[in-house]
Design a protein around this ligand. Structure first.
Ligand code: NDP
Ligand code: OXD
Length: 322
């Protein structure tokens, strides 16, 4: 038995993830290929060449001796790489998909517009039955800084620019995006932060980015903008933010507001102060849902390309962690 005839599906069943539904989608997307659900289906681990996973149990991938390619069924691979037993000789492929990217950009644009159009203030006024018409300004008076200019961040930055915002971006390596001021690396961070009123975070969680969103960084954001103080929008990962610092900075005015989609602990515990904080908007890690049918076809296309010798797209660099 060669291992190359078997695609295997192994998925944590937390949240909205139904392993059985994913199996049936992959069976449809990969006609003729045996698809098995681990650990439910009895299967010889030696037959497994491919694994499609979302937050599998730690150590599970290490039990597949002939595993070659791991397909992560989402964009961020931090949970997989946090497994000390992750088989680092395999090739790790992540999701990069236009539909997912569009949804993330919608989130960034929507929440920037909420602050720009002072919608939280209008909602509060309506709740009081008050006819309040606060001053308005043009979008180009608001400086948005996007941390992370990858597949998603560069799309979000471009769409924010189309809305009229004054947009900059920050990445690890140099970038060039039409109409967007691009900064990179630790040396470019100060200048980027100093011209940012709304910080939109679309970074991956890696050893270099863990807790990058802390008091020292928030205190370098612009304080002379029309919004009256800096705003944080984090749609990357909870581990990027030092949550005690976020709360303390909201309380002492270093931050004017925060919209958080991701948290160190998810689901966000019922007693988290973020739920009821007057300056915080919480969303439940659903800035962008993936379309499972599309992602299943993506995995099938990648396997077909690989077996035809055309190589794989969106391979994770294990040395940088994204
Ligand atoms: P990419 O890998 O395409 O882009 C990552 C970007 O981050 C790149 O621009 C990269 O720089 C930059 N970056 C990485 N490390 C550093 C660093 N140390 N300093 C500065 N910049 C850095 O990822 P995607 O755009 O596809 O996704 C980004 C993240 O968004 C995912 O990892 C995931 O955590 C999150 N996400 C969240 C979702 C949600 O529902 N909330 C949904 C989907 C994704 P460079 O370009 O130089 O390599
Ligand atoms: C993620 C995703 O990485 O949903 O959060 O793809």
């Amino acid at each position: 038995m060669t291992p190359d005839t078997l695609a295997i599906l192994m998925i944590s069943s937390g949240g909205n993830w139904s392993p059985a539904k994913w199996k049936s989608r992959l069976v449809t997307a990969c006609p003729g290929r045996p698809v098995m659900l681990l650990p439910d289906d009895a299967a010889d681990p030696a037959r497994v060449r491919y694994a499609a996973v979302w937050k599998p149990e730690r150590g599970a991938l290490a039990r597949l001796p002939n595993l070659e390619i791991v397909f992560n069924l989402g964009a961020g691979v931090d949970a997989l790489l946090a497994d000390p037993a992750f088989p680092r000789h395999t090739t790790l492929v992540r999701v990069a998909d236009q539909d997912l990217t569009n949804r993330m950009s919608e989130y960034a644009v929507f929440h920037c517009l909420r602050y720009h159009r002072r919608h939280r203030m209008l909602e509060a006024a309506q709740a009081r039955g008050e006819w309040l018409a606060p001053d308005q300004w043009a979008a180009n008076a608001v400086r948005v800084g996007v941390m992370g200019l990858g597949v998603i961040g560069s799309d979000a930055a471009t769409k924010l620019k189309i809305m009229g915002f004054d947009v900059a971006g920050w990445s690890r390596t140099p970038k060039s995006l039409d109409g967007i001021a691009c900064f990179h690396g630790p040396a470019g961070l100060d200048a980027f932060l100093a011209r940012t009123d709304i910080l939109v975070v679309i970074l991956p969680l890696t050893p270099d980015t863990r807790h990058i969103l802390n008091r020292a960084l928030f205190s370098r954001l612009a304080r002379d903008g029309v919004l009256g103080g800096p705003i944080l929008i984090n749609a990357g990962r909870g581990g990027l933010q030092n949550e005690a610092d976020v709360l303390a900075c909201l309380d002492d005015g270093t931050l004017q507001g925060a919209t958080l989609d991701v948290f160190e602990t998810e689901p966000l515990p019922a007693d988290s102060p973020f739920w009821r904080h007057p300056k915080v908007d919480v969303t439940p890690h659903n800035a962008a849902d993936t379309d499972p049918d599309e992602i299943s076809r993506y995995v099938a296309r990648q396997i077909a390309a690989f077996e035809a010798g055309r190589g794989l797209a969106n391979v994770v660099d294990l040395s940088t962690g994204y």
